[in-house]
Design a protein around this ligand. Structure first.
Ligand code: TMP
Length: 241
């Protein structure tokens, strides 16, 4: 596969064309941002970790019937994906209170919910990704009613599978953000990434944060935490292969 022109540079990844119009190459960077780009930094080794982890988790999800954009890993930081049009919704699933949920609703972090929650943000940097509901998404023409139903079904299926996988690694899946895209024929597939940048992952025994909150909140030990969560995943890769 030939890496062609750079089409796009995001906060954590670059996207390149290939010789196949239906395929792109995603290249993961060590750059990290938070608070809609206000805070900037580097997490050494993150690009390679997020690439490997996201691909492993997407392979697991594919095997459980959730379609994804993944085609195949090229090398440590580069992956071939199907070209999609991203649906501009950040789909957030939560099992335990944390982050903006705790802040917005005035509760402490760490409350285990009786059932998972789902919410949507309108993916729009200029507006700082405002929280919206399904009616707003329809009104704004971001997705059809059928697509929203599909997205919810896949998001809860992803939660079931990832929660179980991480539990086997001694890790609690607190919450995560997904993005979906449309293939040329309109099929909705899981896109973007699933990594410590986009999930809250807490050690089940100690509660230690093994995710990007270490960077967001200046907790220290961010690079070590990324390596630790990657080691946990690697030790359980057999469950995925
Ligand atoms: P929140 O509690 O800040 O709303 O975050 C919920 C989840 O979404 C958490 O796992 C981190 C992830 N997330 C992203 O992937 N990108 C973002 O821009 C934000 C704000 C959160």
């Amino acid at each position: 596969m030939v890496k062609g022109a750079q089409l796009y540079e995001g906060k954590a990844k670059k996207v390149f064309a290939t010789d196949d119009p239906e395929k792109l190459i995603v290249s993961y960077k060590d750059d990290a941002t938070a608070f809609n780009g206000l805070k900037k930094g580097t997490i050494r080794g993150k690009g390679a970790i997020n690439n490997t982890m996201s691909n492993a988790l997407m392979r697991l999800l594919e095997s459980k019937g959730v379609p994804t954009h993944l085609v195949g890993e090229l090398d440590e930081r580069n992956t071939v994906v199907k070209r999609v049009t991203i649906i501009p919704l950040e789909v957030i699933v939560r099992n335990v209170s944390a982050g903006s949920f705790a802040k917005n609703y005035g509760v402490e972090e760490g409350i285990v919910f009786p059932a998972p929650t789902i919410e949507f943000s309108y993916k729009n940097d200029a507006l700082a990704d405002p929280l919206i509901n399904e009616y707003h998404a329809l009104a704004l023409g971001l997705a059809s009613a059928g697509e929203i139903e599909t997205i919810k079904r896949y998001a809860f299926a992803v939660n079931d599978e990832l929660k179980a996988f991480w539990a086997g690694c001694g890790v609690t899946l607190v919450d995560f953000k997904l993005e979906f895209g449309r293939l040329a024929d309109g099929t909705v597939v899981l896109a973007d990434e699933i990594s410590p940048d986009t999930c809250r992952l807490w050690d089940s025994a100690t509660g230690k944060k093994l995710d990007k909150d270490r960077f967001r909140r200046d907790l220290g030990g961010t690079e070590e935490a990324y390596r630790e969560i990657m080691d946990r995943l690697k030790a359980n890769m057999e469950a995925i292969k």
